[in-house]
Ligand binder design. Structure first.
Ligand code: APR
Length: 254
């Protein structure tokens, strides 16, 4: 069987599924210039993940924000754009072949590409919230205020500190997105897993949960815990494999 046959078979599973969802991780955004976390040269090569825990934020919000700004400015380019992987996932949804994207990413690139049902299980990098009164602020505004303050930005309503809406290590995941992600995993008949090392729970368990009733398709440059459960595995870049898969699925549909 050549690779084209695998693409067609995986596309067939997508086209035949009444419910289909995708789980994405940082690997879906590397081709947009955003580094992933655990590859060589990834975020945790440059930074210490212990600096980004909720415990540290609570203990020393000024030091946390200094490191947070450093990480954002040092690693994430200003003009990030979706790449063909994000665009093809959005095209699959538009064609009625994908119901939801569950993402661990906080970069907003799925939404920028046009995906409408995006379940952000690790929160969002676009906003920051006040720990005291809950007021919500644009993340860029919060970062600007942190720069000016040389530490944690204060809420303009109540003066308490702001926290990025991205989920920190040790922090509870937002309930509704997690429930939604589990429901999509349970109900899916086809489930794509794209660009995640699957090392962080509870996201890491979603493919196992989905594999109970769904055909699992993995796109990742390296092997993961989902690989042995997957009916189809593409050891390729997401920006190449997802467009191929999407165009085969749309063709079958048509
Ligand atoms: N195409 C396909 N796979 C890729 C690509 C690419 N272009 N680039 C990288 N990968 C793969 C890597 O080989 C790796 O297996 O994507 C995976 C990325 O894994 P991680 O860096 O661990 O990212 P992720 O799984 O999203 O991390 C989960 O950890 O630190 C936390 O909160 C952070 O949400 C993040 C969570």
């Amino acid at each position: 069987m050549d690779e084209g046959d695998d693409y067609r078979a995986a596309a067939r599973a997508l086209a035949d599924a009444d419910v289909a969802a995708a789980l994405t991780g940082a690997g879906v955004s590397t081709e947009s210039g955003v580094p992933d976390f655990r590859s060589e040269g990834g975020v945790w090569d440059e930074y210490d993940e212990r600096d980004f825990t909720i415990a540290r934020f609570q203990r020393d919000p000024d030091a946390f924000w200094t490191d947070w700004l450093d990480l954002q400015e040092g690693l994430i380019p200003d003009d990030v754009e979706p790449n063909p992987a994000h665009e093809s996932l959005a095209a699959l949804e538009e064609a009625g072949l994908l119901d939801a994207v569950i993402t661990q990413n906080v970069d907003g690139l799925h939404q920028d590409a046009g995906s409408r049902t995006v379940v952000e299980i690790h929160g969002s990098g676009a906003r920051a919230s006040c720990r005291g009164c809950g007021a919500s602020f644009d993340a860029a505004v919060a970062r600007e205020r942190a720069r000016e303050a040389g530490g944690a930005p204060a809420c303009e309503n109540c003066g308490d500190v702001l926290k990025p809406d991205a989920v920190l290590f040790g922090e509870r995941l937002p309930d509704a997105p997690l429930r939604g992600a589990r429901r999509w995993a349970d109900e899916s008949e086809a489930f794509l897993v794209v660009g995640s090392s699957l090392t962080v729970e509870p996201a890491a368990s979603l493919p196992r949960r989905a594999a109970d009733g769904a055909t699992l398709v993995e796109v990742n440059t390296e092997s993961t815990t989902a690989s042995s459960l997957a009916a189809y595995t593409f050891r390729e870049k997401a920006g190449e494999a997802i467009p191929e898969l999407a165009s085969a699925a749309v063709e079958l549909q048509g």
